[in-house]
Write a protein that binds this ligand. Structure first.
Ligand code: CIZ
Length: 303
C-alpha cells in the first residue's frame, strides 16, 4: 500500500522527535510497513527498553503499551489507538486472584502477558505464549494458578502433568471461536499444507495441528519447513510478515473469523496524530508499576 505524503509526514516527525514506531504482528499491513520493529508484545517491550528513542509509538492494544511503560518508565509511551483494549486481559482482576489464592494457599500465580498492570502486580510470574511452558516448569511451586486464557492454560496443563494447574476461565474471542471442523476443511482444500496454530485456540483445534506456537514461533517454524503452502491458525495480521519473509510461499488463514477488531484500530492517520500531539500517553502509577515489573522480570530471568 502506498501512503505517499502521509508516510512522508510520519517519517519527518518520527525523525525530528527521535521517536520509534513499534507494531505488533497482528497490526494492519500498512501499520506494520511503517514500523521500525514488528514483533510480539514481549519483543516489542524489549525493543522499547533497548532503544535510545525517548518516544515510543506503540501500535497494538492497551496491555502491550502498558508492558512497555512498566519496563521503561522514563520513556514516553504513546498508544495511537487508545480505544484498543483486549477483552481477554479484561477477564481477569486482582479480586479474583485474591479469592483463588485464598482457596489455594501455596499456589504460585502465573499471569499471561495479556493482563492489566494491576493483575501483573498481584501475580508472581508473567509469561507469554512463547515461554509459558518454560515458566510454569521453572516456578518453584507444585500448584499454579494460570490466567486468564483457559486454552493456553489447558495446553500448559497437558504438557506439564507433574504440576496441578488451576485454570482461569478466560478466552480470546478471536482464537476461541476457531472450530475443529475448520482444520479438517482446510486440510481437504490444501492437502500438502501443514497446520500451524496459536495455543489460544481451543484444545480440539491444537490437538489436530502440526505445530502449536506463539506468533514469533510460527514465523520461525515456517522458515525451517520445506512446504510450499501453510495453513495458519492465528490472527490474520501475521500473514503479512509470513508473506514478506517467505516470498513465493502460500499462506491460508485457518478460519475467516481470525480477525481481532481491536488490533485493527490503529491507522496511519492515528499514528500521525500521536506524533503531532504526543498523546494518548500510557503510564502506570507506582507502586503498581514496580510490583508488576517484578512478575515481568522473573519471566525475563527464566527466558
Ligand atoms: O505475546 C503476544 O504478543 C501475543 C499476545 C501473541 C503472540 O503469540 O505473539
Amino acid at each position: 500500500m502506498v501512503l505517499g505524503p502521509l508516510a512522508d509526514e510520519i517519517n519527518e516527525l518520527r525523525r525530528r522527535k527521535r521517536a520509534i514506531i513499534l507494531a505488533h504482528n497482528y497490526q494492519p499491513d500498512e501499520v506494520q510497513d511503517l514500523a521500525d520493529v514488528v514483533g510480539d508484545s514481549l519483543a516489542l517491550s524489549r525493543a522499547a527498553a533497548a532503544s535510545e528513542a525517548e518516544i515510543i509509538i506503540f501500535c497494538g492494544v492497551h496491555f502491550m503499551a502498558e508492558t512497555a511503560a512498566i519496563l521503561s518508565p522514563e520513556k514516553t509511551v504513546l498508544l495511537p489507538a487508545i480505544d484498543a483494549g483486549c477483552p481477554l486481559a479484561e477477564m481477569a482482576d486482582p479480586e479474583g486472584i485474591a479469592a483463588l489464592r485464598a482457596e489455594h494457599p501455596g499456589a504460585a500465580v502465573v499471569a499471561y502477558i495479556n493482563t492489566s498492570a494491576a493483575v501483573k502486580a498481584v501475580s508472581d510470574y508473567c509469561c507469554t505464549s512463547a515461554n509459558a511452558l518454560r515458566v510454569v516448569r521453572a516456578v518453584p511451586a507444585d500448584e499454579i494458578i494460570f490466567l486468564p486464557d483457559q486454552n493456553l492454560g489447558r495446553y500448559v496443563a497437558d504438557r506439564v502433568p507433574e504440576k496441578k494447574i488451576v485454570i482461569w476461565p478466560g478466552y480470546c474471542r478471536t482464537h476461541h471461536r476457531v472450530r475443529p471442523e475448520e482444520v479438517a476443511r482446510a486440510r481437504e482444500a490444501h492437502p500438502d499444507a501443514p497446520v500451524l496454530v496459536h495455543p489460544e485456540c481451543p484444545p480440539e483445534v491444537t490437538a489436530q495441528a502440526d505445530f502449536v506456537g506463539s506468533t514469533g514461533q510460527i514465523l520461525s517454524k515456517v522458515k525451517s519447513m520445506e512446504a510450499e503452502a501453510f495453513i495458519i491458525g492465528t490472527e490474520m495480521g501475521i500473514l503479512h510478515q509470513l508473506e514478506k519473509e517467505n516470498p513465493g510461499k502460500k499462506f491460508y488463514l485457518l478460519s475467516p473469523g481470525l480477525v481481532c477488531p481491536n488490533m485493527k484500530r490503529t491507522t496511519p492517520d492515528r499514528i500521525l496524530e500521536s506524533l503531532r500531539t504526543m498523546s494518548p500517553r500510557i503510564t502506570v502509577e507506582e507502586p503498581i508499576r514496580t510490583q508488576a515489573r517484578r512478575a515481568v522480570e522473573r519471566m525475563l530471568a527464566i527466558g
